[in-house]
Design a protein around this ligand. Sequence first.
Ligand code: ADP
Length: 770
Amino acid sequence: MSNNRARWAQFIRWCKSLLPPSYAGVKPLAAGPGSGLLPSHGQWSYQTILENQAELICLYRADTTILYANRAYRRYFGLPERDLTSQSYQPIIYEADRQAVFEQVAAMTCHNPQVTIENRVVVDGEVRWTQWNNHCYCDDRGAIVAYQSVGRDITSLKAIERDLGATVRRDRGPTDAVLQTAASLHQRNVTLELRLAESTHQLVATNQALRREIADRQGAEAQLQASEDRFRQAIVQAPFPIIIHGEDGEIVQVSQAVVDITGYEASQLKTIADWTELAYGERQEAVLPGISRLYSLNRRIDEGEYEIKTSSGENRTWLFSSAPLGQLSHGPRLVISMAADVTQQKQAEANLDHRLGQQAVITQLSQIALSGLDLQDLFDQSTRLLADSLTVDYGKVLELLPDGQTLLLRAGVGWPQGLVGNATIPADRSSQAGYTLASQHPILVEDLATETRFQGPALLLDQGVVSGMSTIIQGSDDRPFGVLGVHCTRRRAFTQEDVNFLQAVANLLATAISRKQVEQALQELNLTLEDRVRDRTQALEEVNRELQAFSYSVAHDLRAPLRAIQGFAQVLQEDYGTRLDDLGREYIRRMSDSAEHLDALIQDLLTYSQLGRTEISLHPVSLRAVLTDLVQELQPLATAQAAQITLAPDLPLVYAQRSILSQVLNNLICNGLKFVAPGVQPQIQIWAEAREADDGRWVKLWIADNGIGIAERHRQRIFRPFERLHGLDAYPGTGIGLSIVERGIERMGGRVGVEPGEPQGSRFWVELKG
Ligand code: ADP
């Protein structure tokens, strides 16, 4: 009993020791679970003290059912606040540790009442490490009645131990001798361990964070590596040359295109010095300063074209541009130099230039040919330009001489003095030129020494000619003029374009030759033509003079007897008329009328023929003035017929010769008065209208009558001489009046025509410049 009391007293002392000094005056609080179990002491209950302890405290029976568990215990294990008495602590223990715990608890005796057990528990589904200081309480008979467990979570501690690989010393709880000290040490130890656990926990967390960071960094590094690999791959596979190089002279990377185009292996291109030595050879020193300057670039620059040499000795043109590419980790600046291989483009440009040059030669020669220069000059210039353009040693024009057997070196460049103009070669198939004539198409020779189609003539062999080409220069009359050729003293394979050029020059020469021949023929023709024209003119003048004489003779010689006939007819009528019967007088009248008609005819013919010869000079003539005079002259005739002639008031000026204009208008008005039906009073209207045309101002003068009109089918022919639509009995006339009108108007540069009148009659018009 006393022993038991003593143990309780020990227990209470120990409990007190756990309390901070400030608890000294605390009143006992309302009891919690297991209330009344623990003895009260003074002003406060021990249960209250236990309830507020941070340690996990539990009292349980020998059968493992719980007598009391403080708040820390309940919360730790998630137990209900009340009715714990039926609960067993057993399920709380991690199953694997249960046996060991029971064995250790079972080993406790009243004489050996204390044991510290470390075991795992299951808290909220999680396995955690705990340490328990167990104490058993015995009754007076020495039987264990209850156990007390004071525990704490040592999961972190265990983790540290695991990490350290050593066991951290545990405080073994109160003993009889050093309970107080132990409690204090334990408290400090717990605090320290907690701190240690906390800092260890922090360390573990920091460690984990560091691990994560390391993992992240490794991931980033892997990504960086992958991206670098991709970049490297992109460079290597780029379809154009790329060289990445550092200012320390190292080539970091070259694209496969560099290797493919140059034929140098990447292993040969380790440094810029390697590259420049291989690609530029002797020019290396000239190129290097330019490359050095690239490392201080801050933007991309175009460097221009560089000629590089490939492993096979071929020259290629690369168009370089470079850009800064940052720095290597150990310092040197990097530059990426990219190139476009423009070799083909350059060749195409050179070919184009060459072609344009040849076109310029053709143009120049065409101009020379057209300028009328003589053929010898044209041949000289052609061979010179041809040889320059094709860069050959010799150019030649061979002329086939009239015998058809020999070709003369008519013009040429490169030949020793005295040969041009004198040297000849056979025109048969034995020479290149003769073979060209026979085959009728361009002939190319690459090496005269191995030529089998013909032998080189002495002219070529003496000059050491090796290669050449020649083509025919066509002449006129299907006979070739000769041969155009060029030759080299070295082996050369002429291209189709070279042949085309040679042929173009030959064609040009052929054109110039035939033009010259035509010119010569024309000159000869011109010389004889002038003689012929002179002869013809003389003959015409002769005929003209005869015609004029004939006209005069008609005018004077024919009219004189006519006038005699008319005179005697009149005398016969007057002196013997009374002695003649009516028939006799009728004969006399008819004879007189015929003579009068013939006289009118002669007069009209004379007028008509004179109109063809008269010199015409046009002046502004007033239509109003001319017509007013005419109407006045015709007034007696008009009066006799009771005719009316009406002139429009606004008759303008026209360009004409007044005498001819007057004659023309007279004929038209007279016809209007004459060709009316019997009993009809002639009405003649005259007016004019002007129009502006591309060739100037024209005035159209209308003379309209109310006469018998003209059927449409006759409107053309009435202007021809002697064309009359009526017999002399119906309407007298010579049939020449309208011919005079047409010729007169045409001579004055105008036109004439006729249209049906409205509502009847005819409307004649003449049109002259106004
Ligand atoms: P001529 O008057 O002497 O017969 P022209 O050459 O003047 O000769 O005329 C030729 C013909 O045209 C006339 O015979 C006539 O038949 C016809 N002709 C000319 N003028 C007119 C007109 N104003 N009205 C009808 N017929 C006309």
